[in-house]
Design a protein around this ligand. Structure first.
Ligand SMILES: Nc1nc2c(c(=O)[nH]1)N[C@H]1C(S)=C(S)[C@@H](COP(=O)(O)OP(=O)(O)OC[C@H]3O[C@@H](n4cnc5c(=O)[nH]c(N)nc54)[C@H](O)[C@@H]3O)O[C@H]1N2
Ligand SMILES: Nc1nc2c(c(=O)[nH]1)N[C@H]1C(S)=C(S)[C@@H](COP(=O)(O)OP(=O)(O)OC[C@H]3O[C@@H](n4cnc5c(=O)[nH]c(N)nc54)[C@H](O)[C@@H]3O)O[C@H]1N2
Ligand SMILES: [Mo]
Length: 771
């Protein structure tokens, strides 16, 4: 079928009007199953839908390309999926196609006028495509020619640091390992990734505090916790399988506290669609307490709680702090206690927007629970003071000795299904010396030691004209990055931009002087490379590594695996006598895993252990034996100055977040079902009191202007034509969808130390729309 047979123009009609229904008070249940199957049938028909969903998260099946939430151990035998996992599969396994005739019909300039939704819905890329300098249309190119074009850019560089290699988080361990090996073989550490915009703040804070940037709990820990705090996360939409774990914890007696500016449905109540009780009946109440915090107030909350813990400890010494743990394992307690002595609880109340009683309740719950888990996601990581906030949450747990024992610990919930694994494999602009020297020893290469560019630094380097070649292993760089206009202009300064992709997106349209689209197999696709049926591996949010094997017929015979694409490119650039035998590795993923087993700690006997039914768990010294591999060998309490976000007069603090109907920049539809908002994504959720106080009306159309005081003075950025929706968010705070609002995020607004764009606290004003 050609693309024109798919009736794009009517099936992908852009809805016009926003519809506001009821905000839902529970997540999942029957509508979730119905939606999942409907989307599956629309995208790929009933036979392929059934085949795909039967293989999801199964042994001998593929890892869900949705989120990084782990499978329950022992559960890889029967169906375990959720509505949004099924939607992610439907999007990838779609039978809609974007082939050469599509690109012949649509000039790049025309495609730039289309919405994210329209682009997302066109289907799978089927051929390598090239946009030559000055051309208006992409045209087909063969793989060898594509690789020659890229190799020519390397030949034209004065330093390999003129290349940037971006990675999204779906790339397998094997491909990620080869990709960073290629970058380091050509001589650069410019390896930015989506994690720079995601959990970088968690990695930075946890690295300092406990010596490893990964979470310390497993699914069984959550199931037996007494108290689970979920701050800055919307699991009902973004990690739906987490709700089953929370339900089990609840049945075991856990208390759940949700800390969020929004009353997200998935935090309130859960109806398991895979159980009878989830089909009829009320489902399980999840959150016992909902703390409707102001944006950016979490550091203040944790500090206030720590202050109250200290007061209780002083009133009754030896009953609150875990002195044995603090003495044996921690450093920095005295400095932290000094900081706590100065806490003004009135400031904590103002910063959080919570009542003193709510903060006291949480402190009491923490003081009286034996097993506490703290879960978080983007609501904590995408703030100016994100690293300090996560460190402060960690302080609270350390005071109570809540790490390295069953049922307790730190749980940063990762996003992309293999974002954690990609880091483990060396996708990081500043991998430690131990990794680089092991890599050099294994392959006889000479990895550069200077740190490379992260995501924001890569854009800034492009702005300075220092980058000739941009290569993206997946993702949608221009839409995911802050300051869309500035990022597009930065990319335009490159000689060549290359995207290895499964589906069409804006980054294929924000090109350098020339551009390549290289179509690749996705997680669900059968991978026959080198004449052999291959399988890859991934690492979930709780450090479990397991195999993933796609089974669906690929969209075209032109598609290549990421492993094959990297190895062929490396051969074209580095030649056939390079010390890495790229062509052997191309056809033998076991051989890649053998190399990994010798370079990356914890992967010994990789090929054997990854074939065990539940895979294997990577070592985590704090979790396994309360060992802290920090510089001083201790768990470190931090004593950063308190920071929180103020709303300037007449302004709002805007968070940018995901709807229930998207995967990052891939838009599935216009139904943010749990929030009761459908029909339009250009909405801004504002408290009714603010709407009135600012002189607007509910449903009024407005432009949103962000204000940022940068080093060169006041900067303003604007997006047009948003509809105000009265919504239950704290006064002074607003919310709108990502990526439509990314043009508002200033490139210079980044978290201290992690350099993560501040996507959850943008200062904005509203103006009546001018159209
Ligand atoms: N279906 C689906 N699944 C996904 C994704 C997707 O797009 N679609 N994306 C994946 C990726 S890459 C990621 S990183 C994760 C993202 O998962 P989440 O972090 O859940 O994603 P967001 O939509 O950014 O939601 C942020 C949540 O934090 C709250 N929040 C915002 N600011 C603050 C704050 O200052 N304090 C507190 N306490 N809360 C705050 C928001 O109200 C919202 O509930 O999901 C992954 N899974
Ligand atoms: N304002 C704002 N901005 C944000 C965020 C926010 O909350 N607010 N969140 C940030 C976060 S947490 C993240 S993780 C980033 C996400 O940033 P990215 O990871 O760069 O973006 P995605 O939208 O997930 O990428 C989607 C594209 O990946 C490609 N793709 C999908 N699967 C595969 C595969 O298996 N292989 C290959 N090679 N390509 C594939 C498809 O072509 C698809 O179009 O965005 C960040 N940006
Ligand atoms: Mo993410």
């Amino acid at each position: 079928m050609t693309h024109s047979d798919h009736g794009h123009d009517h099936s992908i009609a852009e809805p016009e009007d926003v519809h506001i229904g009821h905000v839902k008070h529970y997540a999942a249940g029957v509508p979730a199953v119905a939606v999942a199957l409907k989307r599956g049938f629309e995208q790929m028909g009933p036979v392929r839908t059934t085949r795909a969903l039967l293989k999801l998260n199964q042994r001998e099946g593929f890892d869900c390309p949705g989120c990084a939430w782990p499978e329950t151990p022992g559960h890889r035998k029967h169906a375990e999926f959720c509505e949004n996992g099924a939607k992610a599969v439907a999007e990838e396994a779609t039978t809609r196609q974007v082939g050469p005739d599509f690109f012949a019909d649509h000039a790049v300039a025309d495609l730039r006028t289309r919405s994210s939704y329209w682009l997302s819905q066109q289907g799978r890329l089927t051929h390598p495509m090239y946009l030559a300098p000055g051309d208006t249309h992409y045209r087909p190119v063969d793989w060898d020619e594509a690789n020659r074009l890229i190799a020519a850019e390397f030949a034209a560089m004065t330093t390999p640091d003129e290349a940037v290699f971006y990675t999204s988080g779906r790339t397998s361990n094997e491909a990620a390992f080869l990709y960073q090996l290629f970058a380091r073989s050509v001589g650069t550490n410019n390896l930015p990734d989506c994690s720079n915009m995601c959990h970088e703040s968690s990695g930075t804070a946890l690295g300092d505090a406990i010596g490893i940037g990964k979470g310390s709990v497993t699914v069984p820990d959550l199931e037996v916790a007494d108290l689970i705090i979920i701050a800055g996360q919307n699991p009902g939409t973004n990690h739906p399988r987490m709700l089953s774990t929370l339900e089990k914890a609840k049945h075991n007696g856990a208390r759940i506290v949700a800390v969020n500016p929004l009353p997200e449905a998935g935090l309130m109540r859960f109806k398991d669609p895979q159980k009878v009780g989830g089909v009829v009946g009320q489902g399980t109440r999840l959150a016992d307490d909902f703390l409707q915090i102001r944006l950016g107030g979490d550091m203040a909350l944790f500090r206030g709680v720590a202050k109250l813990l200290l007061d209780a400890e002083n009133a009754s010494p030896g009953t609150v702090f875990d002195h044995d743990f603090l003495t044996a394992h921690c450093a920095g307690l005295d400095e932290y206690l000094d900081v706590l002595a100065d806490v003004d609880l009135d400031e904590i109340v103002t910063a959080t927007g919570l009542s003193r009683a709510q903060i006291e309740d949480l402190a009491t719950a923490i003081a009286t629970s034996d097993r506490v888990v703290l879960c978080w996601a983007m609501g904590l990581t995408q703030h100016r003071h994100a690293v300090a906030t996560i460190a402060e949450g960690t302080n609270v747990l350390l005071l109570r000795g809540m790490i390295g024992k069953p049922g307790a610990g730190l749980c940063p919930v990762r996003g992309h299904s293999n974002v954690q694994g990609d880091r483990t494999m060396g996708i990081w602009e500043k991998m430690p010396e131990s990794f680089l020297s092991a890599l050099d020893r294994e392959f006889g290469i000479d990895s550069p030691r200077d740190h490379g560019h992260d995501t924001v630094a890569s854009i800034e380097a492009m702005q300075r004209g220092e980058i000739r070649l941009f290569v993206a292993m997946g993702g949608n760089f221009v839409s995911a990055a802050p300051d869309s206009a500035a990022t597009a202009a930065a990319l335009a300064s490159c000689a060549l931009t290359v995207n290895v992709s499964t589906k069409l997106n804006e980054s294929h349209l924000a090109t350098g002087r020339a551009a390549l689209i290289l179509p690749t197999l996705g997680r669900t696709d059968r991978d026959v490379t080198g004449g052999v049926r291959q399988q890859v591996s991934v690492e979930d949010s709780m450090s479990v590594v397991h195999l993933s094997r796609g089974s669906l017929k690929p969209a075209s015979t032109e598609l290549r695996s990421e492993v094959a694409i990297i190895c062929d490119l490396a051969t074209a650039v580095l030649g056939t006598s390079h010390s890495v035998d790229w062509q052997r590795l191309r056809g033998d993923y076991d051989a890649v895993r053998d190399h990994i087993s010798r370079v990356v700690p914890g992967f010994e006997d990789f090929n054997i252990r990854v074939r065990q039914s539940d895979g294997f768990v990577l070592p985590h010294p704090p979790r396994d034996r309360r060992e802290f591999t920090t510089a001083n060998g201790k768990a470190n309490l931090s004593a950063e100055p308190l920071d929180w976000v103020r709303t300037p007069p007449g302004r709002l603090v805007l968070q940018t977040l995901r709807s229930h109907d998207q995967y990052n920049t891939t838009i599935y539809g216009h139904d943010d079902r749990y929030r009761g908002i459908s029909g339009d994504r250009r909405v801004v959720m504002v408290n009714a009191a603010d709407i009135a106080a600012l002189g607007f009306l509910d449903r009024q159309r407005v432009d949103i202007i962000s204000e940022f005081d940068g080093p060169r003075g006041r900067e303003e950025r604007r997006v047009d034509g948003f509809t105000i929706v009265a919504y239950d968010t704290p006064t002074g705070n607003a919310a709108a969808y990502y990526p439509e609002t990314n043009p508002l995020v200033p490139l210079g607004a980044v978290a201290a130390r992690s350099n993560t764009p501040v996507s959850k606290a943008i200062i904005v004003r509203l103006e009546p729309a001018v159209d």
